[in-house]
Design a protein around this ligand. Structure first.
Ligand code: FAD
Length: 481
């Protein structure tokens, strides 16, 4: 991805060579920037401890480990952050409450934007490695069925992928581990450790298997919250969700189906709640393993949001499908489960007092299409770049200046596009607009090809086709808020 890191900074490799991995600490990268070992005695943080409660306690949980950076959560955002940091020679501790492999509620669909981010991260994405490729998006709506191949661009591959999150997240976490990150599974972070100024200097955690077990603390100079939509760590630092940003809700399950090897991702625009067309879509993604991932998502910009029984809506929608596709109760292989989609930067600022936010923790799901994985991976890469540069600064003020620039870089990358996305979801929240858009854009394939580029954020950043330039210019001209 393209983003702005101060060009004059020394490379992290040069300034911060790989460090020891032994528990108990790592040598600091710069003498004046406080190292993990020099923080004052812990003030015990907990999920309910806000930034105000900063008094340094004389006793606190035993310090279990120290690192330059702690990343909380080994989903796509956390594993990407940890991977890039480790590659830059930074000593990074990745704390994950679950044990891999673990399930995660998701559509499992990866657009070319996500594929590019995986390739950047060094993840092998060949079919021989178990990935199932797709050629594009099939959209069904307004009585029209349209197959739109992914655009051919220099910046993104011309194919997408699917992979269950059971595999996917473990692959990413192991990639971070191979790069040198110290991954601790089964460790639930319970809150921040704060110094007298309210700056985060570590986290408290306990074994997930022993909810009543002792708390231990983990110390670092920089902490990353990559703990997903709920981001209890951000909450404990006083960063709550913004109500002026869109939010989605989605449910999904799996059915054994002859359509499991579909080579297009399929999206259905006709979701109805009685006479109202809902702002959202249903999807059917063939997993290539005998099953289809089937689900639907909806935006909070409609009046129906919050009044809809999503599981029932899914069943009603599937009841209209041809019987031979097999989307019936007897073929369902997992319960219908749902989760929220935090969109358009719904938690800000993305940096405060030693804590950076990446992925869903920072509300980075694309409001246009509900996709979050590429933004989790990209923001992880970006966070790692800024942290590596900050750690290489010889003094605390210099390091802070670099970290403070991370939110600006995020805004430069996505701010205008997300503002456009917010306007889009406001408009389609009106059932009449949604109905009009479906009826009048679906019969126009050329318009839909442009829409695909806009909705999936797949344009050349420089040059490219005239439509790419228009979309890009629109995103850049729209104020990032
Ligand atoms: C139904 C549904 C379908 C979706 N479909 C798609 C799709 O097809 N394509 C797409 O691109 N996006 C999709 N998304 C969005 C996507 O799932 C998210 O945007 C993505 O998972 C964000 O990654 P993340 O790393 O930020 O957070 P997460 O994936 O949520 O990872 C957070 C990690 O932090 C860990 N964690 C949380 N709290 C703690 C703690 N206290 N201590 C330690 N660890 C902790 C969690 O166990 C988890 O491993 C979908 C979302 C939903 C709900």
């Amino acid at each position: 991805m393209t983003h702005e890191v101060p060009p004059s900074l020394p490379s992290a490799d040069a300034a911060a060579p790989p460090r020891g991995r032994a528990p108990g600490g790592s040598p600091g990268a710069g003498p004046a920037y406080p190292a993990a070992t020099s923080v004052p005695p812990a003030s015990t943080g907990s999920a309910s401890t806000g930034p105000a409660s900063t008094g340094a306690a004389s006793t606190g949980p035993a310090v279990a480990e120290e690192a330059d950076v702690i990343v909380v959560g080994a989903g796509p955002a956390g594993s990407a952050t940890a991977s890039y940091l480790a590659r830059a020679g930074v000593d990074v501790l990745l704390l994950e409450k679950a044990q891999f492999p673990r399930e995660k509620v998701c559509g499992d669909g990866l657009t070319p934007r996500a594929v590019k981010a995986l390739i950047d991260m060094g993840v092998p994405v060949g079919e021989q490695d178990g990935w199932v490729r797709n050629k594009g998006l099939r959209i069904i709506g307004g009585g029209v069925r349209l197959e739109l191949p992914w655009p051919e661009l220099s910046s993104y591959p011309g194919y997408g992928l699917v992979r269950t999150r059971l595999d996917f997240d473990e692959i990413l976490a192991r990639t971070a581990q191979k790069a040198g990150a110290r991954l601790l599974e089964g460790v639930t972070v319970t809150g921040p450790v704060l110094d007298d100024d309210g700056r985060i200097t570590g986290v408290t955690a306990r074994s997930t298997a022993d909810a009543r077990g002792p708390e231990r603390s983990y110390r670092a100079r920089v902490i990353v919250a990559a703990d997903g939509n709920s981001s209890r760590l951000s909450l404990a630092m006083g960063l709550s969700k913004r109500d002026d940003r869109p939010m989605g809700v989605a449910v999904r399950t799996y059915y054994t189906s002859p359509r499991h090897d579909d080579d297009y991702l399929e999206s259905w625009l006709d979701l109805w709640d009685g006479p109202r067309q809902l702002p959202g879509y249903g999807w059917i993604f063939g997993m290539g393993d005998g099953t289809s991932n089937v689900g639907l998502g909806m935006l909070n910009t409609s009046e129906s949001f919050g009044n809809v029984d999503y599981r029932d809506l899914l069943r009603r929608w599937l009841a209209g499908m041809p019987a031979e596709w097999g989307y019936v109760e007897e073929n369902r292989t997992l319960p219908i489960r749902g989760a929220a989609l935090p969109m358009g930067f719904n938690r800000t600022p993305h940096y405060t007092r030693g804590l950076l936010l990446a992925g869903d923790a920072g509300g980075m799901v694309n409001p246009f299409n509900g996709e979050g994985i590429p933004y989790a991976l990209e923001s992880g890469e970006l966070a790692a770049e800024f942290i590596a540069q900050a750690l290489a600064r010889p003094d605390a003020a210099g390091a802070e200046r670099v970290l403070m620039a991370y939110p600006q870089a995020l805004k430069a990358a996505y701010g205008g596009y997300y503002t456009l996305g917010r306007r889009f979801v406001q408009m389609i929240g009106n059932p009449k607009v949604m109905q009009f858009a479906t009826r009048h854009t679906m019969p126009r394939p050329a318009l839909m090809r442009i829409s695909l580029k806009l909705l999936a954020n797949l344009t050349e950043p420089r040059g490219g086709h005239a439509t790419d330039r228009v979309i890009h210019a629109l995103s850049k001209m729209t104020p990032a808020a």
